[in-house]
Design a protein around this ligand. Structure first.
Ligand code: ACO
Length: 156
């Protein structure tokens, strides 16, 4: 079990390498990531000087911040780090004066849907055919083709 006291969160500094290997756990392609990453704030989580998680956020407007990519290195998953990171980002969004934080995921992503609701997010809306339009190839998760994106939201 990971001791949360050993986790450090910081913003990636300008000029540091973008952690694509982590970001690619939450997004299918580098092209997809490049479409938003240069306009994002990239938070990274370190454990004993190793980068083990990432969370990229974008400002939708003055009121709303979006978590556009969140990922924990595979060998660290299911240790409470994703939950801890979500709570950290909620705290930061609140401190920065946003009134709403949103996050989107596939309609069939049961772990993510569970985790986001555990962190306080609630279902907001569905973007039909999001994954069909975004990617040139069909994407499958748990044997189900990704089609619609569910947006969850938390009032800060
Ligand atoms: N169904 C439901 N719940 C599940 C499942 C499942 N199949 N598998 C695990 N869980 C539960 C666990 O029991 C745990 O809950 P609990 O602590 O109440 O028992 C919870 O899900 C996982 O919590 P954490 O350990 O805090 O999460 P983790 O550190 O693994 O991070 C994350 C979660 C970020 C989704 C990680 O698994 C990951 O990086 N996945 C790949 C990338 C990804 O899918 N990212 C999100 C895409 S959406 C976006 O980026 C906006």
């Amino acid at each position: 079990m990971i001791n949360q006291k050993d986790l450090k969160i910081r913003i990636l500094k300008p000029g540091e390498n973008i952690p694509y290997s982590l970001l690619l756990l939450a997004d299918e392609t580098r092209e997809g990531i490049n479409a938003y990453i240069h306009d994002s704030t990239i938070f990274v989580v370190e454990h004993q000087d190793e980068m083990i998680a990432v969370c990229a956020t974008v400002m939708k407007d003055e009121e709303v911040m979006e978590i556009i990519n969140i990922a924990v290195r595979e060998d660290y998953q299911n240790n409470g780090i994703g939950y801890w990171l979500l709570l950290e980002i909620i705290k930061k969004a609140r401190e920065q004066g946003y009134s709403e934080l949103i996050i989107g995921t596939a309609d069939c992503a049961e772990k993510q849907l569970y985790l986001y609701q555990k962190a306080g997010f609630r279902f907001s809306r569905v973007i039909k055919d999001f994954y069909i339009r975004k990617y040139p190839m069909p994407i499958f998760e748990n044997g189900i083709q990704l089609k619609d994106m569910v947006i969850l939201s938390i009032t800060l």
